[in-house]
Design a protein around this ligand. Structure first.
Ligand code: FAD
Length: 378
């Protein structure tokens, strides 16, 4: 079989594969021959990607909503604050994919292939991808498929959730405010909260979210969602669609590059922030770095190493060992800090002094226990 040859091979046209293809095409136009493979290329993912950013205008054409205020709620009530200089943006994955595919379809140098990679690896100075009926040779290979784990993680939690897209006959939601975390769940629930993305005062994504080792059966989230909506006096509604998922919250050292030079991107490259599950903006930053560095014949990557990795480990340990303390710690975090400062911290763009202030205002005892258990206990 004669292999098809490309400069770049990208396995997986999910968030990371599409974002990388877009950056490469934006920077190099038709100069790079790119193969983008995904058997689900033409399917429409039912996900939304939401994030906060300084540059909401950049996403205006794709966004289903842009908000300037967020709220946090616990049993003491709801607290709402503007988040300037940030805005919170939500993009339907379907729209994001279509927008990028439209761009890529125009370039004869980009081949979109609805094939699954069966096997891939180095071959001489290049890489070879084998699919059901073809062989693809490329100079550089980026894959969003998870390689098998090589060792167990110390913390292997999941952020798992079921979201309902809900429509109500009467106004039921604050349409200008995203609820990041609402801990007004059943008493004693632990690390469980509801996230509300209101597209209007009568339509919202209401998501029951849990930090724990394993996802639940669908019926359990559904019961919790019904109970939450009832407590909010929302009893008349239609569920028009749903979104279910699970994102790793782990300290597993996802290898971004293998010994033979293959690059893992997206979640397979450890781009989801372990403590929050947010990945979209880190994936975008990674894609921009990769594309820019290729100009010098290298591949630079977004790295989460450093003090933020340390904070993530502390939080994971805390969620793992003391899930019942999570609501109280989140209350202290949101009630004692400016929301914009919290978002900068979660985005890894805060200054060390701001981070010290944030930690100073949290209850110390669980963190001291976590530090002892993580680093000092023999
Ligand atoms: C339901 C859900 C909602 C999320 N919401 C947010 C959010 O709001 N904000 C945020 O920041 N993050 C969010 N995330 C986390 C993260 O941004 C997404 O998981 C994102 O899709 C990760 O991108 P990815 O490219 O790594 O994986 P994916 O988007 O899952 O893409 C992987 C692709 O690889 C393809 N593939 C698999 N096997 C093969 C093969 N053998 N050959 C070729 N292709 C293959 C798959 O078909 C898939 O299209 C969410 C995650 C989920 C699951």
């Amino acid at each position: 079989m004669h292999p098809d040859t490309y400069d770049i091979g990208i396995i997986g046209a999910g968030c990371a594969g599409l974002s990388l293809a877009r950056e490469l095409v934006g920077r190099y136009g038709g100069d790079l021959r790119i193969a983008l493979l995904d058997p689900a290329l033409l399917q429409h993912p039912e996900k939304t990607w939401s994030f906060w950013t300084h540059e909401p205008d950049r996403y205006a054409a794709l966004a289903e909503g842009i908000w300037h205020k967020v709220s946090f709620a616990d049993h003491r009530g709801a607290l709402t604050e503007p988040i300037a200089p940030y805005s919170y943006v939500s993009i339907p994955a379907r729209r994001y994919r279509q927008h990028i595919l439209d761009e890529l379809f125009r370039l004869p140098s980009v081949h979109l292939r609805t094939e699954a990679s069966r096997r891939y690896g180095p071959s001489g100075r290049n890489y070879l991808i084998q699919t059901e009926g073809a062989e693809i040779r490329c100079e550089r290979l980026f894959s969003s498929v998870h390689p098998p784990a090589t060792r167990p993680a110390r913390y292997a939690l999941q952020q798992h959730f079921l979201g309902w897209f809900v429509e109500t006959p009467e106004p039921a939601f604050e349409s200008d405010t995203v609820t990041l975390m609402d801990f007004r769940t059943e008493p004693g629930s632990g690390a469980e909260f509801v996230y509300v993305l209101p597209y209007s005062d009568r339509r919202a994504l209401v998501e029951y979210t849990v930090f724990s080792p394993r996802p639940w059966p669908v019926g359990t989230y559904e019961e919790k969602l019904k109970a939450y909506l009832h407590r909010r006096s929302i009893d008349r509604y239609n569920v028009t669609a749903s979104e279910q998922g699970s994102i790793p919250m782990t300290d597993y050292p996802f290898p971004q590059q293998t010994a033979d030079g293959l690059h893992h991107i997206g979640l397979a490259g450890g781009l989801a922030r372990p403590a929050t599950g947010y990945a979209f903006r880190f994936i975008e930053q990674d894609s921009a770095l990769i594309a820019a560095s290729l100009q010098d014949g290298q591949v630079s990557r977004f790295s989460a190493a450093g003090r933020h990795q340390f904070y993530d480990r502390l939080l994971l340990h805390l969620i793992d060992r003391f899930p019942e303390r999570v609501p109280g710690i989140m209350s202290a975090l949101f009630r004692r800090n400016r929301f914009a400062d919290i978002l900068a911290f979660l985005d890894r763009s805060s200054a060390p002094l701001d981070e010290a202030r944030i930690f100073w205002r949290l209850p110390w005892s669980p963190f001291l226990r976590v530090l002892y258990e993580s680093y000092l206990r023999p």
